[in-house]
Write a protein that binds this ligand. Structure first.
Ligand SMILES: NC(=O)c1ccc[n+]([C@@H]2O[C@H](COP(=O)([O-])OP(=O)(O)OC[C@H]3O[C@@H](n4cnc5c(N)ncnc54)[C@H](O)[C@@H]3O)[C@@H](O)[C@H]2O)c1
Length: 337
């Protein structure tokens, strides 16, 4: 049994608390939020202790794991605080806003010999896991091209609208689109050779929609990520992967979500276990990914196993690549890595 302290009772704090409440071997030891009413209502819902001062929760000795669900610009500060107190840490993605911050976080966790995982949930999402499995096994031959997409209405739920502040969130580029960049790098196990990006910016400087072409040896990948759609637009995450012997199409808005069109003419519709959690807010109905991610984290902490699905260095690398996309968009040039 481990006791976890959650920092941040917003959108992701609620999501993580809901998942922990469904897992054996983990107890929520407290939830901290500077907005007292948020901490109180989430703590009441999950029958735990609210804290208004995150330091108080961090300093509780019986809490050995800290889950950082704070706005991204606060990740570095709180991951390092938790590490210096000897706590294992899970932190929401993106790891940080700059590579330098990410390096300091990784260094602090290493120095204090604590475990550190960045919550790149897409690596645990059933349809994306399926893609990784068939890529690795070459069930349908080699991957020739892939197009990925993630589009959503403007995220207006954040505390003090931090998500709409380029300086505090990195905009759709660093906050939303990193999901696909990170998954692509994980899928292929390498960085691209070239990156070419175009971005739509709001008047206030927020990077709200990004289009990137990644060139790898023998493979072209394209990813689009945007959150500048109207509030009635249903969230979509999707990909079309062209293998030598099949096309795999996933769209979170379709039923079934994933279809394999084999070159032989056969059509396959793999099914995935859907984990529904009652009473959960959010725009994604199937919460499988969050459940699998946190189950993996808890299991690996309890059994003292190394994290292999996502390492802090990989999360840092994904951030570095997303920042190269920014550089390409800003300079209008293709970046050669
Ligand atoms: N994996 C995903 O699919 C996913 C989805 C959404 C957000 N995220 C990430 O999760 C993180 C949190 O995002 P969110 O959407 O939950 O934001 P949010 O604004 O809904 O929640 C953040 C909470 O932190 C609280 N807070 C601010 N400063 C604090 C402090 N110093 N101490 C304690 N509490 C403080 C705020 O009051 C707020 O309730 C971000 O890094 C974001 O990128 C990930």
């Amino acid at each position: 049994m481990i006791k976890v302290g959650i920092l941040g009772a917003g959108f992701m704090g609620n999501m993580h608390a809901t998942v922990y409440s469904q897992l054996p071997d983990v107890k929520i030891g407290g939830i901290a939020d500077i907005r007292g009413e948020k901490a109180k209502s989430l703590a009441t819902k999950f029958k735990t202790v609210p804290y208004y001062d995150p330091e108080q929760l961090l300093n509780k000795e019986d809490i050995t794991v800290i889950d950082v669900c704070l706005p991204t610009f606060l990740h570095k500060e709180y991951v390092i605080k938790a590490a210096n107190l000897g706590k294992d840490v899970i932190c929401e993605k993106p790891i940080a806003l700059t590579v330098e911050e990410a390096d300091e976080m990784i260094e602090a966790c290493k120095k204090n010999k604590v475990r550190f995982m960045v919550a790149h949930v897409i690596r645990f999402w059933p349809e994306y896991k399926y893609l990784k499995e068939i890529y690795d096994s070459e069930k349908y031959g080699k991957l020739k091209s892939i197009s990925m997409r993630r589009i959503s209405p403007l995220p207006t739920w954040g505390w003090q609208d931090w998500l709409l502040d380029q300086e505090r969130s990195g905009g759709a580029l660093v906050d939303l689109h990193i999901h696909d960049t990170d998954f692509l790098l994980y899928l292929l196990g390498k960085n691209p050779e070239k990156i070419y990006s175009k971005v739509v910016k709001r008047e206030d400087g927020l990077y709200s929609h990004i289009f990137t072409t990644f060139t790898f040896e023998n493979l072209i990948a394209f990813a689009e990520g945007g959150w500048d759609f109207p509030s009635n637009f249903p969230f979509e995450m999707s990909f079309i992967a062209k293998f030598e012997k099949a096309v795999v199409e996933f769209n979170s808005r379709n039923t079934p979500s994933l279809v394999v069109y084999e070159s032989s003419g056969k059509v396959e519709k793999p099914t995935f276990e859907a984990i529904k959690i009652e009473g959960l807010e959010g725009n994604i109905e199937d919460l499988g990914g969050y459940f699998y991610e946190l189950r993996y984290f808890v299991d690996h902490v309890i059994h003292n196993k190394a994290f292999t699905v996502v390492t802090p260095e990989q999360a840092r690398n994904s951030l570095a690549i997303v920042l190269k996309e920014k550089e390409s968009a800003d300079t209008g040039k293709e970046i050669i890595l």
